[in-house]
Design a protein around this ligand. Structure first.
Ligand SMILES: O=C(O)c1ccccc1NCC(=O)[C@H](O)[C@H](O)COP(=O)(O)O
Length: 259
């Protein structure tokens, strides 16, 4: 189990709550029929001249001031209208203002792939809700990564494995991850540095779908991450700040494609 001493207090609290959480009132095993294909959605966006972006419905977070109270379904629809290839929906309630009910409503309202963004550390959490993709954070699941990856795939989920450094990348590749996100946010200090992606990306094989996560706030950031090898970008705060549709359109726009 992860030694949590070095993590930011908010992250320690999120993890501890995740470990305490059972399958959130559901019984039985979730089986996702016909999950929407994430790499195919990225390819379709590229073919359409859009930068592949997973836009995140993120009402609040430990590093955000205030909470966005608008209907998350309306926000999600605006993101898709703005060109998002896929969506991420936080389901962690206490620190991100999310819920499994929100994810269910969003997924029913859109036709793009939807990532469940939560801190899954136990197989039982996989049965809380259907989604197209689930997140496994390498640092948090440690040696359990291969087992959780298999358990998620058995249920029909695609899996985004999140890493922060080369050691975690090696563990993700050893476990057979095919969709990998490099998080620019350091979960100890919660600081964001886009150089994190640039240092890890060269080690990622070409056949892996590679996503740059966190801290991407401008077309220049998009160009930087794309130039460093990102197939797609996961963007939350910059899209949630103000006009969601316009923000998404700006960050998925053609002008952000590397020259
Ligand atoms: O966003 C936070 O404040 C945060 C704090 C502690 C743990 C995780 C956190 N974020 C999770 C994420 O992965 C991001 O929401 C996602 O990558 C989008 O990042 P951003 O575009 O910087 O909002």
């Amino acid at each position: 189990m992860e030694d949590t001493a070095e993590l930011a207090p908010a992250v320690r609290s999120i993890l501890s709550a995740a470990r305490d959480r059972a399958a959130e009132g559901r019984s039985g095993t979730v089986s996702v029929e016909g999950a929407r294909d994430l790499p195919a959605a990225f390819e379709a966006a590229e073919a359409d001249g859009r930068v592949p972006v997973i836009a995140e419905v993120k009402p609040t977070s430990p590093t955000t001031e205030g909470t966005r109270e608008d209907d998350p379904v309306a926000l999600a629809e605006s993101m898709v209208a703005g060109g998002a290839a896929a969506l991420s929906v936080l389901t962690e309630p206490a620190h991100f203002g999310g819920s499994v009910e929100t994810l269910e409503r969003v997924r029913a309202a859109v036709d793009v792939p939807v990532l469940r963004k939560d801190f899954v550390v136990d197989e039982s959490q996989l049965d809380a809700v259907e989604s197209d993709v689930v997140l496994l954070i390498a640092r948090f699941v440690g040696d359990d990564l291969p087992e959780l990856l298999a358990a998620a795939r058995d249920r029909g989920f695609q899996v985004l494995v999140e890493v922060h450094d080369r050691e975690e990348l090696a563990a993700a590749l050893d476990a057979g991850a095919t969709i990998i996100g490099v998080n620019n946010r350091d979960l100890a200090e919660l600081e964001v540095d886009l150089a994190t992606f640039e240092s890890v990306a060269p080690e990622v094989p070409d056949d892996v779908t590679l996503i740059a996560e966190s801290g991407i706030g401008s077309p220049a950031d998009v160009r930087r991450m794309r130039a460093a090898g990102a197939d797609a970008l996961l963007i939350g705060s910059a899209i949630m700040d103000g006009d969601v549709e316009a923000n998404t359109r700006t960050l998925t726009g053609e002008h952000t494609t590397p020259q």
